[in-house]
Design a binder for this molecule. Structure first.
Ligand SMILES: [Fe+2]
Ligand SMILES: [Fe+2]
Length: 192
């Protein structure tokens, strides 16, 4: 299945990188979500290929058409890409389903364990990249440096809240660790 993943990567990379709606970080985000989703699926006895492909594809709709309804536009884009990449037909449905249900805000029921993995990966992808997330708030979103800590602390809490209990169980300590890291970044910023 590695070759199918490689082909999907080749197809989606230019879509993310040429997005008129997002800057470069969205491609890195999609790759990291794919990696997390695959890891979660491995730990949850899910299908690693479905989770990884879902992660790579989950935000193509946002990249191409913008944030609004991107779970729907993404699900529509995913099918033809998967067919073109030679994805086995029985796996196309589960991957599209994972793309469709990835936004916690839409409250769409998860059909599979892999869909839970993609949504969880999307929610906490930035836990390990808080410095970058901090920069995005200031540079892209124009939030004042003094307000970033509060904004991000609330975001972490919301994201953690979105994760299904069985995935939280395998992420022991991750949330506490991320909160600690955020405090450290904030105190470093205060000194500079
Ligand atoms: Fe998304
Ligand atoms: Fe995302």
């Amino acid at each position: 299945m590695e070759c199918v993943i490689r082909r999907i990567r080749r197809e989606v990379k230019p879509i993310y990188l040429s997005s008129p709606h997002y800057k470069l970080f969205i491609w890195r985000h999609a790759q990291r979500v794919a990696q997390y989703a695959k890891d979660f699926a491995g730990k949850m006895q899910g299908d690693k290929f479905v989770a990884e492909a879902g992660g790579l594809l989950h935000d193509v709709g946002a990249a191409k058409y913008g944030k609004e309804n991107h779970h729907i536009t993404g699900a529509q884009e995913a099918g033809p890409i998967l067919l073109k990449c030679g994805c086995p037909l029985p796996l196309i449905g589960p991957i599209i389903s994972a793309v469709y249900s990835h936004r916690g805000s839409q409250r769409i029921a998860f059909q599979t364990i892999e869909a839970k993995c993609v949504a969880a990966a999307d929610a906490i992808e930035h836990f390990g990249n808080l410095e970058e997330l901090w920069r995005v708030q200031v540079e892209d979103r124009g939030i004042l440096e003094v307000a970033v800590y509060q904004t991000l602390a609330e975001k972490l809490a919301r994201d953690w809240d979105k994760i299904e209990p069985e995935i939280k169980a395998i992420l022991d300590g991750e949330y506490e660790h991320a909160k600690q890291k955020l405090l450290e970044i904030a105190s470093k910023k205060r000194k500079t």
